[in-house]
Design a protein around this ligand. Structure first.
Ligand code: M6R
Length: 365
Protein backbone atom coordinates (compact mmCIF):
# COMPACT_ATOMS: atom_id res chain seq x y z
CA UNK A 1 0.00 0.00 0.00
CA UNK A 2 2.98 2.31 -0.40
CA UNK A 3 1.62 3.21 -3.84
CA UNK A 4 5.04 2.84 -5.45
CA UNK A 5 6.89 4.89 -2.84
CA UNK A 6 9.91 3.38 -1.12
CA UNK A 7 8.63 4.25 2.35
CA UNK A 8 5.35 5.28 3.95
CA UNK A 9 7.03 8.48 5.08
CA UNK A 10 7.72 9.51 1.49
CA UNK A 11 4.22 8.55 0.43
CA UNK A 12 2.80 10.62 3.28
CA UNK A 13 5.00 13.61 2.39
CA UNK A 14 3.69 13.46 -1.18
CA UNK A 15 0.11 13.12 0.04
CA UNK A 16 0.22 16.53 1.67
CA UNK A 17 -1.62 18.56 -1.00
CA UNK A 18 -4.47 16.09 -0.51
CA UNK A 19 -4.13 16.21 3.28
CA UNK A 20 -4.70 19.96 3.20
CA UNK A 21 -7.77 19.53 0.99
CA UNK A 22 -9.15 16.99 3.45
CA UNK A 23 -8.48 19.31 6.38
CA UNK A 24 -10.43 22.21 4.86
CA UNK A 25 -13.20 20.42 2.98
CA UNK A 26 -16.58 21.95 3.86
CA UNK A 27 -14.99 24.04 6.60
CA UNK A 28 -14.48 27.42 4.91
CA UNK A 29 -17.05 30.05 3.94
CA UNK A 30 -15.01 32.27 1.70
CA UNK A 31 -17.59 34.99 1.07
CA UNK A 32 -17.87 35.70 4.80
CA UNK A 33 -14.22 35.10 5.63
CA UNK A 34 -15.11 32.56 8.29
CA UNK A 35 -14.70 28.89 9.08
CA UNK A 36 -17.26 26.36 10.15
CA UNK A 37 -16.17 23.55 12.43
CA UNK A 38 -19.04 21.21 13.24
CA UNK A 39 -17.11 19.49 16.03
CA UNK A 40 -16.82 22.73 17.99
CA UNK A 41 -20.41 23.85 17.58
CA UNK A 42 -21.77 22.18 20.74
CA UNK A 43 -19.39 24.28 22.87
CA UNK A 44 -19.25 27.41 20.73
CA UNK A 45 -20.75 29.64 23.44
CA UNK A 46 -18.13 28.52 25.92
CA UNK A 47 -15.35 28.94 23.38
CA UNK A 48 -16.43 32.49 22.68
CA UNK A 49 -16.17 33.30 26.40
CA UNK A 50 -12.63 32.01 26.79
CA UNK A 51 -9.91 34.38 27.90
CA UNK A 52 -6.92 32.10 27.57
CA UNK A 53 -6.06 29.16 25.40
CA UNK A 54 -3.26 26.69 26.10
CA UNK A 55 -1.95 24.15 23.63
CA UNK A 56 -0.58 20.92 25.07
CA UNK A 57 1.06 18.15 23.09
CA UNK A 58 4.28 16.20 22.52
CA UNK A 59 6.95 15.96 19.81
CA UNK A 60 5.86 17.13 16.40
CA UNK A 61 2.39 17.88 17.73
CA UNK A 62 4.07 20.18 20.27
CA UNK A 63 5.66 22.15 17.44
CA UNK A 64 2.24 22.49 15.82
CA UNK A 65 1.06 23.94 19.16
CA UNK A 66 3.99 26.34 19.20
CA UNK A 67 3.01 27.52 15.74
CA UNK A 68 -0.59 27.73 17.02
CA UNK A 69 0.50 30.07 19.78
CA UNK A 70 1.89 32.58 17.28
CA UNK A 71 -1.10 32.47 14.96
CA UNK A 72 -3.69 32.75 17.73
CA UNK A 73 -1.81 35.78 19.00
CA UNK A 74 -2.01 37.27 15.54
CA UNK A 75 -5.62 36.40 14.71
CA UNK A 76 -7.43 36.55 18.06
CA UNK A 77 -7.35 38.63 21.25
CA UNK A 78 -6.87 35.60 23.50
CA UNK A 79 -3.94 35.10 25.82
CA UNK A 80 -2.19 32.05 24.47
CA UNK A 81 0.20 29.63 26.05
CA UNK A 82 1.81 26.41 24.94
CA UNK A 83 3.50 23.64 26.84
CA UNK A 84 4.83 20.14 26.49
CA UNK A 85 2.11 17.88 27.83
CA UNK A 86 4.76 16.12 29.92
CA UNK A 87 5.52 19.44 31.69
CA UNK A 88 2.05 20.95 31.75
CA UNK A 89 0.78 18.11 33.86
CA UNK A 90 3.16 18.97 36.71
CA UNK A 91 2.49 22.69 36.82
CA UNK A 92 0.26 24.21 39.45
CA UNK A 93 -2.01 25.96 37.02
CA UNK A 94 -4.75 28.35 37.90
CA UNK A 95 -7.30 27.24 35.37
CA UNK A 96 -10.92 28.29 35.30
CA UNK A 97 -13.95 28.04 33.07
CA UNK A 98 -12.44 30.89 31.04
CA UNK A 99 -9.54 28.65 30.08
CA UNK A 100 -9.47 26.45 27.05
CA UNK A 101 -6.89 23.69 26.78
CA UNK A 102 -6.31 22.23 23.34
CA UNK A 103 -4.76 18.76 23.24
CA UNK A 104 -3.08 18.21 19.87
CA UNK A 105 -2.37 14.58 19.02
CA UNK A 106 -2.14 12.50 15.87
CA UNK A 107 -2.81 9.20 17.61
CA UNK A 108 -5.11 10.49 20.32
CA UNK A 109 -3.40 8.01 22.65
CA UNK A 110 -0.27 9.81 23.88
CA UNK A 111 -0.09 9.19 27.62
CA UNK A 112 1.28 12.58 28.66
CA UNK A 113 -1.19 14.50 26.52
CA UNK A 114 -4.01 12.47 28.02
CA UNK A 115 -2.75 13.12 31.55
CA UNK A 116 -2.48 16.85 30.80
CA UNK A 117 -6.00 17.03 29.49
CA UNK A 118 -7.38 15.14 32.50
CA UNK A 119 -5.62 17.58 34.83
CA UNK A 120 -7.01 20.57 32.89
CA UNK A 121 -10.48 19.09 33.04
CA UNK A 122 -10.21 18.57 36.78
CA UNK A 123 -9.44 22.26 37.17
CA UNK A 124 -12.51 23.32 35.23
CA UNK A 125 -11.03 24.24 31.86
CA UNK A 126 -12.83 23.58 28.61
CA UNK A 127 -10.85 20.80 26.98
CA UNK A 128 -10.66 20.60 23.21
CA UNK A 129 -8.96 18.10 20.93
CA UNK A 130 -7.20 18.34 17.59
CA UNK A 131 -6.80 14.69 16.76
CA UNK A 132 -6.40 12.48 13.71
CA UNK A 133 -7.47 9.04 14.90
CA UNK A 134 -11.25 8.96 15.11
CA UNK A 135 -12.63 7.53 18.35
CA UNK A 136 -9.24 7.58 20.09
CA UNK A 137 -9.04 8.13 23.86
CA UNK A 138 -8.18 11.84 23.63
CA UNK A 139 -10.99 12.37 21.13
CA UNK A 140 -13.37 10.70 23.53
CA UNK A 141 -12.27 12.50 26.69
CA UNK A 142 -12.28 16.04 25.32
CA UNK A 143 -15.41 18.22 25.53
CA UNK A 144 -15.31 18.85 21.80
CA UNK A 145 -12.81 18.86 18.99
CA UNK A 146 -11.77 18.86 15.38
CA UNK A 147 -10.51 15.89 13.43
CA UNK A 148 -7.69 16.08 10.88
CA UNK A 149 -9.38 13.63 8.48
CA UNK A 150 -5.92 12.87 7.12
CA UNK A 151 -6.23 9.10 6.95
CA UNK A 152 -3.74 6.80 8.68
CA UNK A 153 -0.18 7.99 9.15
CA UNK A 154 2.04 4.92 9.18
CA UNK A 155 5.55 6.41 9.22
CA UNK A 156 6.69 6.96 12.79
CA UNK A 157 7.97 10.37 11.74
CA UNK A 158 4.94 12.61 11.54
CA UNK A 159 4.69 14.67 8.35
CA UNK A 160 1.26 15.02 6.84
CA UNK A 161 -0.39 15.26 10.24
CA UNK A 162 1.84 18.17 11.24
CA UNK A 163 0.72 20.03 8.14
CA UNK A 164 -2.88 19.09 8.78
CA UNK A 165 -2.68 20.30 12.39
CA UNK A 166 -1.16 23.63 11.33
CA UNK A 167 -3.89 24.18 8.73
CA UNK A 168 -6.67 23.34 11.17
CA UNK A 169 -5.20 25.62 13.82
CA UNK A 170 -5.71 28.40 11.28
CA UNK A 171 -9.34 27.38 10.88
CA UNK A 172 -9.91 27.42 14.64
CA UNK A 173 -8.13 30.77 14.98
CA UNK A 174 -10.30 32.12 12.18
CA UNK A 175 -13.45 30.89 13.91
CA UNK A 176 -12.53 32.73 17.11
CA UNK A 177 -10.80 35.69 15.50
CA UNK A 178 -13.71 36.66 13.31
CA UNK A 179 -15.88 37.00 16.40
CA UNK A 180 -13.25 39.04 18.14
CA UNK A 181 -12.26 41.83 15.83
CA UNK A 182 -10.59 40.14 12.88
CA UNK A 183 -11.91 41.89 9.76
CA UNK A 184 -13.83 40.18 7.00
CA UNK A 185 -11.09 41.31 4.63
CA UNK A 186 -8.36 39.58 6.67
CA UNK A 187 -10.56 36.50 7.03
CA UNK A 188 -11.17 36.31 3.30
CA UNK A 189 -7.53 36.85 2.50
CA UNK A 190 -6.49 34.06 4.88
CA UNK A 191 -8.99 31.68 3.28
CA UNK A 192 -7.82 32.60 -0.22
CA UNK A 193 -4.24 31.71 0.72
CA UNK A 194 -5.24 28.54 2.61
CA UNK A 195 -6.90 27.34 -0.57
CA UNK A 196 -3.67 27.88 -2.49
CA UNK A 197 -1.67 25.73 -0.05
CA UNK A 198 -2.11 22.45 -1.98
CA UNK A 199 -0.61 23.87 -5.18
CA UNK A 200 2.14 25.66 -3.25
CA UNK A 201 3.06 22.42 -1.47
CA UNK A 202 3.04 20.63 -4.78
CA UNK A 203 5.55 23.15 -6.13
CA UNK A 204 7.98 22.12 -3.37
CA UNK A 205 7.32 18.40 -3.88
CA UNK A 206 8.08 18.78 -7.58
CA UNK A 207 11.53 19.99 -6.53
CA UNK A 208 12.20 16.75 -4.62
CA UNK A 209 15.14 15.68 -6.80
CA UNK A 210 16.98 18.90 -6.10
CA UNK A 211 16.45 18.50 -2.36
CA UNK A 212 17.67 14.91 -2.64
CA UNK A 213 20.86 16.20 -4.28
CA UNK A 214 21.44 18.64 -1.45
CA UNK A 215 20.82 15.91 1.16
CA UNK A 216 23.47 13.77 -0.54
CA UNK A 217 26.00 16.58 -0.48
CA UNK A 218 25.62 17.00 3.28
CA UNK A 219 25.88 13.31 4.17
CA UNK A 220 29.38 13.59 5.67
CA UNK A 221 28.23 16.02 8.37
CA UNK A 222 27.43 14.77 11.85
CA UNK A 223 25.79 17.82 13.38
CA UNK A 224 23.23 20.31 12.08
CA UNK A 225 21.72 23.49 13.40
CA UNK A 226 18.27 24.64 12.29
CA UNK A 227 17.29 28.26 12.82
CA UNK A 228 14.22 30.40 12.24
CA UNK A 229 12.43 33.34 13.83
CA UNK A 230 8.89 33.95 15.06
CA UNK A 231 6.47 31.78 13.05
CA UNK A 232 9.37 29.86 11.56
CA UNK A 233 10.97 29.03 14.88
CA UNK A 234 8.64 26.01 15.37
CA UNK A 235 9.55 24.93 11.84
CA UNK A 236 13.26 25.01 12.69
CA UNK A 237 12.52 22.81 15.70
CA UNK A 238 10.43 20.44 13.62
CA UNK A 239 13.07 20.23 10.86
CA UNK A 240 15.71 19.30 13.42
CA UNK A 241 13.45 16.71 15.05
CA UNK A 242 12.76 15.08 11.68
CA UNK A 243 16.46 14.79 10.92
CA UNK A 244 17.50 13.35 14.27
CA UNK A 245 14.55 11.00 14.54
CA UNK A 246 15.04 9.16 11.27
CA UNK A 247 18.73 9.62 10.44
CA UNK A 248 20.19 9.35 13.98
CA UNK A 249 22.31 12.40 13.23
CA UNK A 250 22.46 15.16 15.77
CA UNK A 251 20.43 18.24 14.91
CA UNK A 252 19.14 21.04 17.04
CA UNK A 253 16.63 23.72 16.41
CA UNK A 254 17.04 27.24 17.80
CA UNK A 255 15.36 30.59 17.54
CA UNK A 256 17.85 32.44 15.33
CA UNK A 257 18.05 35.35 17.75
CA UNK A 258 19.60 33.02 20.36
CA UNK A 259 22.64 32.27 18.19
CA UNK A 260 24.74 34.95 19.86
CA UNK A 261 23.78 33.68 23.29
CA UNK A 262 25.62 30.41 22.90
CA UNK A 263 25.19 28.19 19.88
CA UNK A 264 27.27 30.29 17.51
CA UNK A 265 30.39 29.00 19.27
CA UNK A 266 29.61 25.58 17.77
CA UNK A 267 29.89 26.90 14.24
CA UNK A 268 32.82 25.96 12.02
CA UNK A 269 33.20 24.33 8.61
CA UNK A 270 31.97 21.02 10.03
CA UNK A 271 28.73 22.30 11.53
CA UNK A 272 26.21 23.29 8.86
CA UNK A 273 23.07 25.34 9.47
CA UNK A 274 19.66 25.12 7.86
CA UNK A 275 18.28 28.65 7.91
CA UNK A 276 14.65 29.44 7.24
CA UNK A 277 14.87 32.79 5.49
CA UNK A 278 11.73 33.26 3.45
CA UNK A 279 10.37 36.77 2.81
CA UNK A 280 8.59 38.37 5.72
CA UNK A 281 9.26 40.74 8.56
CA UNK A 282 12.11 38.70 10.03
CA UNK A 283 13.94 38.24 6.72
CA UNK A 284 16.60 40.95 7.24
CA UNK A 285 17.45 39.61 10.69
CA UNK A 286 17.79 36.09 9.29
CA UNK A 287 20.23 37.42 6.68
CA UNK A 288 22.37 38.94 9.46
CA UNK A 289 22.37 35.57 11.26
CA UNK A 290 23.41 33.86 8.05
CA UNK A 291 26.23 36.35 7.52
CA UNK A 292 27.50 35.74 11.04
CA UNK A 293 27.55 32.00 10.35
CA UNK A 294 29.30 32.44 7.00
CA UNK A 295 31.90 34.67 8.67
CA UNK A 296 32.77 31.66 10.86
CA UNK A 297 33.10 29.32 7.86
CA UNK A 298 29.78 27.63 8.60
CA UNK A 299 27.95 26.13 5.66
CA UNK A 300 24.38 27.31 5.18
CA UNK A 301 21.40 25.75 3.45
CA UNK A 302 18.71 28.41 3.14
CA UNK A 303 14.99 27.97 2.65
CA UNK A 304 14.15 31.09 0.66
CA UNK A 305 11.38 32.64 -1.37
CA UNK A 306 11.29 31.81 -5.05
CA UNK A 307 12.93 34.61 -7.03
CA UNK A 308 15.32 35.70 -4.25
CA UNK A 309 18.65 35.93 -6.09
CA UNK A 310 20.46 37.87 -3.39
CA UNK A 311 20.53 34.96 -0.95
CA UNK A 312 22.13 32.66 -3.51
CA UNK A 313 25.27 34.80 -3.37
CA UNK A 314 25.56 34.44 0.39
CA UNK A 315 24.73 30.82 1.22
CA UNK A 316 26.00 27.43 0.04
CA UNK A 317 22.68 25.95 -1.05
CA UNK A 318 19.19 27.34 -1.48
CA UNK A 319 15.88 25.54 -1.56
CA UNK A 320 13.24 27.80 -3.05
CA UNK A 321 9.63 27.77 -1.93
CA UNK A 322 6.62 29.72 -3.18
CA UNK A 323 5.51 32.81 -1.32
CA UNK A 324 2.31 33.07 0.69
CA UNK A 325 1.19 35.29 3.59
CA UNK A 326 3.46 35.27 6.66
CA UNK A 327 1.00 33.29 8.74
CA UNK A 328 0.90 30.34 6.31
CA UNK A 329 4.49 30.45 5.09
CA UNK A 330 5.69 27.96 7.78
CA UNK A 331 3.32 25.32 6.38
CA UNK A 332 5.15 25.50 3.06
CA UNK A 333 8.59 25.88 4.62
CA UNK A 334 8.38 22.62 6.54
CA UNK A 335 7.98 20.53 3.36
CA UNK A 336 11.60 20.83 2.12
CA UNK A 337 12.81 20.02 5.64
CA UNK A 338 10.77 16.81 5.64
CA UNK A 339 12.23 15.85 2.28
CA UNK A 340 15.77 16.77 3.31
CA UNK A 341 15.49 14.57 6.42
CA UNK A 342 13.92 11.76 4.44
CA UNK A 343 16.58 11.64 1.72
CA UNK A 344 19.41 12.15 4.19
CA UNK A 345 18.21 9.17 6.24
CA UNK A 346 17.55 7.09 3.13
CA UNK A 347 21.11 7.62 1.86
CA UNK A 348 22.26 6.38 5.25
CA UNK A 349 20.12 3.28 4.83
CA UNK A 350 18.07 3.89 7.96
CA UNK A 351 14.86 2.07 8.82
CA UNK A 352 12.86 5.18 8.02
CA UNK A 353 9.31 4.08 8.79
CA UNK A 354 10.34 2.44 12.04
CA UNK A 355 13.31 4.30 13.49
CA UNK A 356 15.09 2.55 16.34
CA UNK A 357 13.79 3.10 19.88
CA UNK A 358 10.62 4.86 18.72
CA UNK A 359 6.96 3.89 18.65
CA UNK A 360 4.19 5.49 16.63
CA UNK A 361 2.11 6.19 19.65
CA UNK A 362 3.74 6.70 23.02
CA UNK A 363 1.28 5.23 25.46
CA UNK A 364 3.74 5.03 28.33
CA UNK A 365 4.83 8.03 30.37
O1 M6R B 1 0.24 10.97 18.40
P1 M6R B 1 0.82 12.24 18.93
O2 M6R B 1 0.65 13.38 17.96
O3 M6R B 1 0.29 12.62 20.28
O4 M6R B 1 2.35 11.97 19.07
C1 M6R B 1 3.22 12.91 19.60
C2 M6R B 1 4.67 12.54 19.37
O5 M6R B 1 4.96 11.31 19.95
C3 M6R B 1 5.01 12.48 17.88
O6 M6R B 1 4.70 13.67 17.23
C4 M6R B 1 6.49 12.19 17.66
O7 M6R B 1 7.27 13.25 18.13
C5 M6R B 1 6.77 11.89 16.19
N1 M6R B 1 7.44 10.65 16.05
C6 M6R B 1 7.56 12.96 15.51
O8 M6R B 1 7.77 12.71 14.17
Amino acid sequence: EKSGFKHFMLKEIYEQPKTVENAIRGRLIEGEGISKLGGLEPVLDRILNLKRLTFVSCGTSFYAGLYGKYIFEMLTDLDVDVDYASEFRYRNLKLSEYDGVVAISQSGETADTLAALREAKRKGALVLGLVNVVGSTIAKETDAGVYCHAGPEIGVASTKIFVSQCVILNLIALLLGRRRGLSIFDGMNLIKEIKKLPENIKFVLDNGENIRGIAKKYLPFKNFLYIGRHLNFPIAMEGALKLKEISYVHAEGYPAGEMKHGPISLIDENFPTVAIATDGFTYEKMISNIQEIKARSGKVIAIATEGNKEIKEIVDDVIYVPKTIDILQPIINVIPLQLFAYYFADFKGRDIDKPRNLAKSVTVE
